[in-house]
Design a binder for this molecule. Structure first.
Ligand code: UD1
Length: 368
């Protein structure tokens, strides 16, 4: 019997660390011929290329070069280009990951072309349709035939939406596979020293959600909180391109510059960033992935959002939802700094072996 042909899709920064271990696990099983497609949703060196080197990932076989645009433009461009890829490559299966526009666009193509599509990180829900990612998650999960979930809440969400049981496969968290595999190398990068902070004595901050950075008042409020926190604990802030643009547009540069213990830097590669995450005292973020990574590392995380699609990080891990009220953010940060942060535990199947389970599911799957 000839090998199955699997096409994997990556597009934006949070996809790379999810697809890399899955491709490696399939390679080890030797059960498929693999191709990698990069949609080009993220295109800067620091948002894309550096991850391929850091994660030891093969270069993309096909690059769609879609770039930035409105949601409709970006989604439509990916759909047009990826449809062509499917018609040319004739994959037996497509693998998409996470919740970015590229994920949904390719899942729609597959559904129309009747190509089986597997979704890595299925079932997560914030129940907040103000988040563009929530639309992407819902549409992707409705259309994919193989739903690979990281945790039991994912299974429950899918069941509640009427997903047939035979589509749901709980495999655990593939991103934690990448984290555990790269942790020693990441620590060896000594990224805290490069950014002028001491291991265990700084907070790491990321901010990029449109709901936090696209509104001047909200972003200004978050800066008020940071101004207080940096007085007691230095903060390192790798700045996402979207956020950099907004800080400039809103004329907030001088306020940021006035905070002496807030260090801004460009977006970092996977290893340098994990080096910073793993040695932080506190993590402040609105990212989905970082909520999981901090739980896996046992480092207290304050999530600057009103909700999360990753409730297990709050129920079992080190995550606390603090919203965007500056007073609440500052008081919760001080609790952590005083040593009262959550200890948490590692959720089931976040064990570094999730991608092996994904590979076995994909090898054994047949359309019923
Ligand atoms: C996207 C994802 C989000 C994910 C985030 C991680 C969607 C809907 N959103 O958001 O889920 O958490 O990636 O970063 O898919 N830009 C650059 N260089 C780049 C990429 C982007 O300068 O390499 C700038 C562009 O001006 C662009 C803006 O950042 O317009 C936003 O990029 P986009 O891909 O549209 O969304 P993100 O905010 O990055």
């Amino acid at each position: 019997m000839s090998k199955r042909k699997i096409v994997h899709v990556v597009g934006a920064r949070p996809n790379f660390m999810k697809i890399a271990p899955v491709m490696r696990a399939i390679e080890r099983l030797g059960c498929a011929e693999q191709r990698l497609v990069h949609t080009g949703q993220h295109y800067d060196f620091s948002m894309s290329d550096v991850f391929f080197t850091d994660l030891g990932m093969p270069r993309a076989d096909i690059h769609l070069g879609v770039g930035s645009g409105s949601h409709a433009e970006q989604t439509a461009k990916v759909m047009v280009e990826f449809e062509r890829v499917c018609l040319e490559q004739k994959p037996d299966m497509v693998v998409v990951a996470g919740d970015v526009n590229s994920t949904m666009a390719c899942a729609i193509d597959c559904a129309k072309l009747r190509v089986p599509c597997a979704h890595v990180e299925a079932g997560l829900r914030s129940f907040d349709l103000d988040m563009p990612e929530e639309v992407n998650r819902m549409v992707t999960d409705r259309l994919c035939e193989i739903l690979l979930t990281p945790s039991a809440d994912g299974d429950e969400n899918l069941r509640r939406e009427g997903t047939p049981e035979e589509r749901i496969f709980r495999v655990g968290n593939v991103m934690i596979d990448s984290l555990l595999a790269h942790l020693p190398k990441a620590k060896a990068t000594a990224s805290p020293a490069r950014l002028g902070v001491e291991p265990g004595r700084y907070a790491l901050l990321t901010l990029h959600r449109p709901s936090n950075v696209d509104d001047r008042r909200v972003l200004g409020g978050l800066l008020d909180a940071l101004a207080q926190i940096q007085l007691v604990l230095p903060i390192v802030f790798p700045v996402h391109p979207r956020t950099r643009k907004r800080l400039d547009e809103f004329g907030l540069g001088p306020r940021v510059a006035a905070m002496k213990a807030l260090t801004l830097c460009e977006p970092l590669g996977y290893l340098e960033f994990l080096g910073l995450t793993s040695q932080a005292k506190l993590i402040l973020t609105d990212s989905g992935g970082l909520q999981e990574e901090s739980t896996a590392l046992g480092i207290p995380c304050l999530t600057l959002r009103e909700n999360t699609e990753r409730p297990i990080t709050v129920a079992q891990g080190t995550n606390t939802l603090v919203g965007r009220d500056p007073a609440v953010i500052v008081s919760e940060a001080k609790r952590v700094i005083d040593g009262h942060g959550k200890a948490g535990r590692i959720p089931e199947l976040w064990d570094g072996k999730a991608s092996e389970r994904v590979a076995r599911v994909l090898r054994d799957w047949h359309r019923v």
